[in-house]
Design a protein around this ligand. Sequence first.
Ligand code: LLP
Length: 438
Amino acid sequence: MCLRTGDVRGVDGGNKRMITCDSLVYQPFQPSGEALACDGVSIQSIVEHVGTPTYIYSARMVRESYRAIDEAFASYPHAIHYALKANSTMAITRLLRSLGSRADANSGGEIKIAERAGFAPGDIVFTGVGKTREELDYAIARGVGTINAESAGELDRIAAIARAQGRVARVALRVNPDIDAKSHPNISTGLKTNKFGVPLQEARGIYRARRETAGLQFTGVHIHIGSQITTLDPLRRAAETLVSLALELREDNFALEHVDLGGGLGIAYEGRPIIDPADYAGAVVPQLQRIGLPVVLEPGRAVVGHAGALVARVVDTKCFPDGRKFAVLDAGMGELIRPALYGSFHRIVPVNTRDGDETAWDVVGPICESSDVFARDRQLPPLEVDDLVAILDAGAYGSVMGSNYNRHMLAAEVLVDEGKWTTIRRRQTLEDVLALES
Ligand code: LLP
């Protein structure tokens, strides 16, 4: 296990082990001598070669986070399908494959990335609202492990495409249980007001009505109620709901092969306690035992979130008459949109800490949007132009959500592994961008 735990009262209503970002046993981004390093490799020396802004990832942290989940479920048959949407840079995707992970793809593009990284089509689950006919055609032709269908209509399109190809598609239906994940509203997916899945009460009927449909083989049931979930109760209830449906389908003689619990396990972006993978397993395994089928897990953030930092340079500082101080970085919402989109918290650490008292800073990006803010009133040591800062816990939903807004080029990405670093994605150039334009 990479995570240290301690007893704390009040998490999820009782004595639970607590994880905060301060209590991670392994901290990839730590001072080495005077300056911040990633797995002991100087960040300053990396960006002297690669420039800023740059994402830097710790291979060790990815490995430890993956293993923590795998070990937590050791007592129950399980398959981890890493959710590529969290970070699908090829080197990260290959690293997960080398650890024995399977893949959860959310688009035709992610299926192709997984295949190029060496995942067998049968080891990929294809999830996602709004799959196009072209994507379904490709997924069925390749023989992906399971397509998690989002609606009755999608099931019918899958069946028609499979018949046209002379194949049988392996499918599960994603159910929407109307469970509040108690996460940010923008990343909750299991409420009846969300666009995801089919209402729970309709699911059994949809399975039954298509039992004989040529081209379909129902292999499982799927649920995913949201992301960055930090309390056990919604996850336990989701598992209970899913297993109850699977038991009903067993009564109806469906030969299911698995149940798919989706992803959603939160990470500690700040000091608030979150759940340990072992507690997650402890909450859902008793439910799973009622059906005994292997469980598919689709973690994304919990695998890569803590492993990455966005390193940026201070390009300007200013102080307004009311005392508000701004540090303007060369990275903004085009590199890491989470704070602007969800108001999310990311730790910010100077790479070389200057002597002096901590004061409140607004840490902002260069984009012409007032929401382009990483932190308000953050207590930080003195900052000056050309200083480097690391925005931590940016390994998930960071670079994958990058954009060229204001014609900023996509950041470079670096992977640190066993004392060495490699550029795994070079910085985008204007020529790369203009190659698409006439
Ligand atoms: N499976 C399905 C069907 C999903 O929709 C997702 C995430 C996952 C698995 C992985 O969830 P995770 O273990 O990473 O929580 N951009 C947002 C997060 C969006 C999550 C979308 N779906 C953020 O930055 O917080």
